[in-house]
Design a protein around this ligand. Structure first.
Ligand SMILES: NC(=O)c1ccc[n+]([C@@H]2O[C@H](COP(=O)([O-])OP(=O)(O)OC[C@H]3O[C@@H](n4cnc5c(N)ncnc54)[C@H](O)[C@@H]3O)[C@@H](O)[C@H]2O)c1
Length: 288
């Protein structure tokens, strides 16, 4: 199927890779040539790593790259699409304006999916005509390695839309969990709740971050502790989600003062080199 992925950033290029590997002809659209080229280069290097690890054949790598095209023109990207997956930055205004443009340029029966991690899918669906073809497809980072896609039903989503999307994702090797459109869905809501409580425990001096993380890894089989995960996701991203969930669901999502202080100091986690831990080239540099 002709598929468009909007945004070639952290999530967009990974989603484009997953869909191209599953046999879709994918056009990945971003706002300038450099970002498009960066996205395609990252897919190429991920596939090459897959070849070196024996997980992807050379033929599969070449066929996947053959099905992936970069584009800066929106009309060209979505004009013949049967599926559009949006992965632009997490802003209601930006995403709504992108979907208004898509609505005007894409075929009327094209499935429209958003990769938002917290915004109302129902409100986003309201920006298109035929909103019954609109649905949330919340991939996890990195999309080519993480199996789960949380499928979010907007108030307007038709059963057929959910079924078609789930089939496509399962064909691409993903595991789907379908949830209704409530703030934070299932994963972001529980993920930030645990992360925020862990931060409050650091504030109160219960233990240091490494000890709290180790307790959850060893005691609850978490693959990564909640504070290390906060560093990986980005402290600013988690703060933003907490602020939104506090507005929508109440005071139990009040952001911890320590999180706000670190974000104000530019300590955003892996991407800035420091959060609850220190980071260099994606690896933790502080030893426990
Ligand atoms: N990063 C994560 O771990 C993660 C996980 C799950 C979901 N998400 C969600 O995925 C979405 C994208 O996040 P990201 O981390 O990939 O962001 P990112 O900043 O890495 O990438 C966003 C890309 O979108 C591009 N862009 C901006 N406006 C555009 C437009 N009009 N058309 C096409 N491209 C445009 C930007 O140039 C950028 O390259 C957000 O909604 C985010 O909440 C992120």
């Amino acid at each position: 199927m002709q598929t468009a992925v909007l945004g070639a950033g952290s999530m967009g290029h990974g989603i484009a890779q997953v869909l191209a590997m599953a046999g879709h002809d994918v056009t990945m659209r971003d706002v300038d040539d450099e970002r498009v080229a960066d996205g395609v280069d990252t897919v190429r290097s991920n596939l090459q790593k897959g070849v070196e690890l024996g997980k992807v054949s050379e033929a599969e790598r070449d066929a996947t790259l053959g099905r992936l095209t970069g584009e800066t023109d929106l009309d060209a990207a979505v004009g013949d699409a049967g599926l559009v997956v949006e992965a632009v930055p997490e802003s209601m205004d930006l995403k709504q304006s992108v979907f208004e443009e898509v609505d005007a340029a894409a075929p009327g029966d094209c499935l429209l999916a958003t990769n938002t991690s917290s915004l109302s899918v129902t409100e986003l669906a309201s920006s298109v005509s035929n909103p019954e073809r609109f649905v949330g497809a919340h991939f996890f980072n990195p999309p080519h390695l993480m199996d789960l896609v949380e499928v979010i039903r907007a108030e307007q989503t038709a059963d057929e839309t959910e079924t078609r999307l789930v089939e496509m994702l399962e064909d691409a090797g993903k595991t789907c969990v379908v949830v209704e459109d409530f703030p934070g869905f299932a994963t972001s809501r529980l993920g930030v709740a645990i992360g925020a409580e862990a931060i409050r425990m650091v504030e109160q001096g219960v233990a240091d971050p490494a000890a709290i993380d180790r307790a959850m890894v060893e005691g609850y089989n978490f693959p990564v502790g909640p504070l290390e995960l906060t560093d990986r996701v980005g402290l600013d991203v988690r703060l933003h989600i907490l602020q939104y969930l506090r507005e929508e669901l109440g005071e139990r999502f009040r952001p911890p003062a320590l999180l706000k202080r670190k974000v104000r100091a530019g300590k955003l986690g892996v991407k800035s080199g420091e959060g609850f831990y220190r980071w260099e080239d994606g690896g933790r540099v502080d030893t426990e």
